[in-house]
Design a protein. Structure first.
Length: 553
């Protein structure tokens, strides 16, 4: 009788329908699933499913995941790199990229790959209840940023990253410049926009009664109360939420006077004038009980303009986040080789040309340089977009951001930090972001003359109607100023550019300048130099050719 051990193999493909959904991610399990009941499309899904059930988190996670969830694309990088864990716990990273609070706790922001739905938010934000020492965790799903606060005496960032990795999430250090200022500006605009829409909605509800025919003759008391309520709701909407327009209008007027040029006037000037005249005229009508009120139109205009500006700021921030995310993939630590062959960890930015470093399999190369010892395969997808690994040996060049896949190599440093190809690329993008496209510059040049023309027409309208019918002079001036609000000229053009740059960056396309996007409208042929430009860069097995028994074993 044979004494060979019994090898348990997965069920044969003909026993499970390849279209059967994976018990974790819901994608088809394919011809060669992992397990039978439950069945999984891959070992990673099986591991996460087991972890969720053993932790007692499965019921809530899957319930939230299935409510409005959007299936994610596989993350660009799923390896749990030892170099990243070491970097997160290094004193240099903690000093430069985390905040020490008075109570001894620290806080930091991390990029988290793999989050895509409400279930991910719920799971990640349960960290303080699951890990001793974590004080707080807040996940911004849209930006994939985790704001975490922890007690360094009880837990460290590598442990936090390891906890996230159990559920298939990969944490990267966030060290992009200027992210706090962008977040603060966006947060203030969001608060003003939300308040403006809430107030405008209530004013519009009151105005509906007036539009439906309810007038002063039917019920003078209710009619007056409706106008006074509209006035009360309009004051914070215009004076606080719309204060940004008045400040910028005042600044532009001062600039126009100082420079003695109409170019100093911007689009906020007629907006501020229209809001002021319309509001004062409406207040007069409310107090005297005669004339029309404009509270609904004015509050709605403020809300709409704030929304456009919020979208513009958000799109620019997302473009910046995408470039910062690329920067976060490059490690800040490197293994410097001494003359005797010993290794020590140093800051990658402190390396100089001629230094020698060692890079182990699974680690990201922190510098641009040439291999002096060893042979390996590197993944250049982050740098070049090419999904196929490239074999490199002594004498060949490697780039920062590439991943060493096969064996240890020694590299001589050619450039480090901002001097690397990735560093120059991001500096290139940031420098170009401050320059506007020709179409935007044209809008800026025309805006001053347009504003002056609108103000001149408003003055002429007031003079003409004052002589013809004084009771309608103010209402016609307000109508002119509001209707001629140059949203398309002053806001739609830069907004379209910002949205285009943001969406391109999130897709991995970094546009040097807005002028390049404008030139695309004239392009009739696009020439692509390699397959990596077109492919996603994450190949999957679609078919297996061979004997099935060999695959099963």
């Amino acid at each position: 009788m044979s004494t060979d051990p019994i090898i348990e193999t997965p069920p044969r493909p003909d026993r499970i329908d390849p279209a059967t959904p994976c018990s974790h991610c819901g994608l088809p399990v394919g011809r060669y699933p992992i397990g039978a009941d439950p069945a999984f499309c891959c070992s990673s899904c099986a591991t996460v499913w087991t972890t969720l059930h053993t932790s007692g988190l499965a019921d809530t996670y899957y319930r939230l995941r299935d409510v409005g969830a959007v299936r994610p694309e596989a993350p660009a990088r799923t390896d749990e790199e030892a170099g990243t864990l070491l970097e997160l716990g290094s004193p240099g990273f903690l000093d430069r990229h985390t905040t020490l609070h008075d109570d001894g706790t620290r806080s930091a922001e991390l990029f988290v790959d793999g989050v895509h739905c409400a279930a991910c938010v719920w799971l990640v934000e349960r960290m303080p209840m699951e890990m001793d020492g974590v004080r707080g965790a807040r996940l911004d799903l849209a930006r994939a940023r985790l704001r975490i606060r922890w007690d360094p005496d009880r837990v460290d960032l590598p442990s936090v990253s390891g906890w996230l990795a159990r559920f298939g999430y990969t944490a990267h250090p966030s060290r992009g410049p200027g992210e706090t200022g962008r977040s603060d500006e966006e947060r203030r605009l969001m608060l003003r926009m939300g308040a403006a829409w809430s107030l405008a909605a209530n004013v519009m509800l009151i105005a509906l009664a007036f539009y439906a025919g309810f007038g002063q003759a039917e019920s003078p008391g209710l009619f007056a109360a409706g106008r006074w309520a509209s006035l009360a709701l309009s004051v914070p909407a215009i004076a606080w939420a719309g204060a940004v327009f008045f400040r910028r209008a005042w600044t532009s007027l001062r600039r126009a006077v100082q420079t003695r040029s109409l170019r100093g006037l911007d689009m906020d000037t007629p907006i501020a004038v229209g809001l002021t005249v319309g509001f004062l005229d409406s207040v007069h009508a409310t107090v005297t009980g005669t004339g029309e009120v404009w509270f609904d139109s004015l509050t709605l205009l403020v809300a709409a303009l704030l929304t456009a500006r919020f979208l513009q700021v958000r799109s620019r921030r997302l473009a910046g986040d995408a470039s910062d995310r690329l920067l976060s993939l490059v490690p800040t630590l490197a293994r410097l080789l001494s003359d005797d062959g010993s290794e020590r960890h140093v800051e990658a930015d402190a390396l100089v040309p001629g230094d020698r470093i060692r890079v182990y399999p699974g680690e990201v190369i922190p510098v641009d340089g040439r291999i002096v010892s060893g042979m390996t395969s590197v993944d250049n997808a982050v740098v070049t977009g090419e999904s196929r690994a490239e074999t490199v040996s002594a004498g060949q060049r490697v780039l920062a951001g590439s991943t060493n896949l096969r064996s240890p190599v020694d590299v001589t440093v050619d450039a480090a930090g901002d001097d690397t190809r990735v560093g120059r690329l991001l500096a290139w993008v940031r420098d170009a972001s401050s320059r506007r496209a020709p179409v935007v510059q044209l809008a800026d040049r025309l805006s001053g003359y347009f504003v002056a023309a609108v103000l001149t027409l408003a003055a002429l309208t007031y003079l003409v109607w004052s002589a013809y019918d004084p009771s309608k002079a103010v209402s016609h001036v307000v109508a002119l100023l509001v209707i001629t609000c140059p949203c398309a000229l002053g806001m739609a053009t830069p907004l379209a550019m910002a949205v285009a740059a943001g969406r391109a960056a999130r897709s991995g396309l970094f546009v040097k300048s807005e002028a390049a996007m404008e030139q695309l409208t004239k392009a009739d042929t696009v020439v692509l130099d390699k397959t990596g430009t077109l492919t996603v860069g994450r190949p999957t097995v679609v078919d297996v050719v061979g004997e099935e028994w060999a695959v099963e074993l």
